[in-house]
Design a binder for this molecule. Sequence first.
Ligand SMILES: *[C@@H]1O[C@H](CO)[C@@H](O)[C@H](O)[C@H]1NC(C)=O
Ligand SMILES: CC(=O)N[C@H]1CO[C@H](CO)[C@@H](O)[C@@H]1O
Length: 451
Amino acid sequence: MAKLVILGIHSKLSLCFNPNATDLPPHQEIGMPSLSPTMTEGNIARWMKKEGDKVSPGEVLCEVETDKATVEMECMEEGYIAKIIHGDGAKEIKVGEVIAITVEDEDDIVKFKDYKASESPGAGDVSAPSEPTSKKEEVEPVKTNGPVAPKTDETTRAEDRVFSSPLARKLAEDHNVPLSSITGTGPDGRILKADIEDYLARTSKPSSKVTEPTAAPSLDYSDIPNSQIRKVIASRLLLSKQTIPHYYLTVDSCVEKLMDLRGQLNTLQEASGRKRISVNDLVIKAAALALRKVPQCNSSWMNDYIRQYHNVNISVAVQTEHGLFVPVIKDADKKGLSAIAAEVKLLAQKAKDNNLKPEDYEGGTFTVSNLGGPFGVKQFCAIINPPQAAILAVGSAERRVVPGTSPHQFEFGSFMSVTLSCDHRVIDGAIGAEWLRAFKEYIENPQSMLL
Ligand SMILES: *[C@@H]1O[C@H](CO)[C@@H](O)[C@H](O)[C@H]1NC(C)=O
Ligand SMILES: CC(=O)N[C@H]1CO[C@H](CO)[C@@H](O)[C@@H]1O
């Protein structure tokens, strides 16, 4: 069962709009968080805090189970747990439904002893009905930046300045026609239904399309909505860079023999109609074998202990137009190069088609990220993919001139730079260096990978 930490939680300051809570002191309703775009409900696996406990930001409140994973839900603000509404093992709680109440003041805890959540499901996440209407006007202008909103916004604002008949306004709204761009023919320039119909006729068939240029009044930027995957990656990278003490080790490996071996293997692969083996496939294999030699790098920091994994599952970073994915090659140390090559291609294709299943990307113990090859990046430092303890950043192979054996002599050779980012809590410098030496040995003597 995979476990990941999600940073944000769904919590909201409740201004006592709950009808049976009017006499209650200020408190926070903690709602069932939404952990994936498809999630509609979740279960409480168990509470790590009990009623009356003090909680601080970053502390784990409870474990939430979805169909995909068990996730630790962290506290965002300081306070006390006043009431747990859904206890251990509670099942099928709708996203947004209140699961607990927190208060700032310890003395307020008792006042929630007999607290009952209002029945309407989702009461916790629909804020609009309870809020005064003036709040709505504050919210509206923000939406101007959104991709769709400007049209309606334009219409509403135009209403303030332009006289129009209710029928005309309704028709304009239905067709996203900005009233400001219409000249009214009624008394005092009032816009009539006929004016809108005229306008629609003039701008002809794809009426909604035609209005778009006017609808987005020459903003010099565009706001791109965040996909769920981008939000998740953003919070995980932030968590990683803020909480993991990274350090970086770089080595150059000679890849002459690796290239020769790859050429020979690919002749065989092609003859038997199998997928060609890439340099990256060889890097994955070498990294997997190096992890077997230096299992300290095949581990996670778990706060109270270090977990060493019994499998070497290599996550491979794949960039697609939908975002960054890291599908996993399970037990890469035990797989042949041909199998790794086929699996990487299959998973990369699934990532491009936005078709990866949780089992395709869960359970990695180490990541390889390659910006060499087609990208031509010489060397870089990657951000660790938590809860893993290390990531290997692979640069491109390049021809270099190197000093020969005797003075005034030189030779040519192909070299590849790789940089290992390590979590210092798990991997000390010398251990990271040992891992890199093992990796380099496999890359420089690739036949040894076949043993
Ligand atoms: C690695 O993959 C194996 C095989 O699928 C799986 O049993 C194991 O749980 C995975 N390791 C982790 C840490 O998830
Ligand atoms: C496959 C493999 O070698 N994994 C290693 C990861 O770490 C554990 C703990 O030391 C080793 O037992 C495994 O061999």
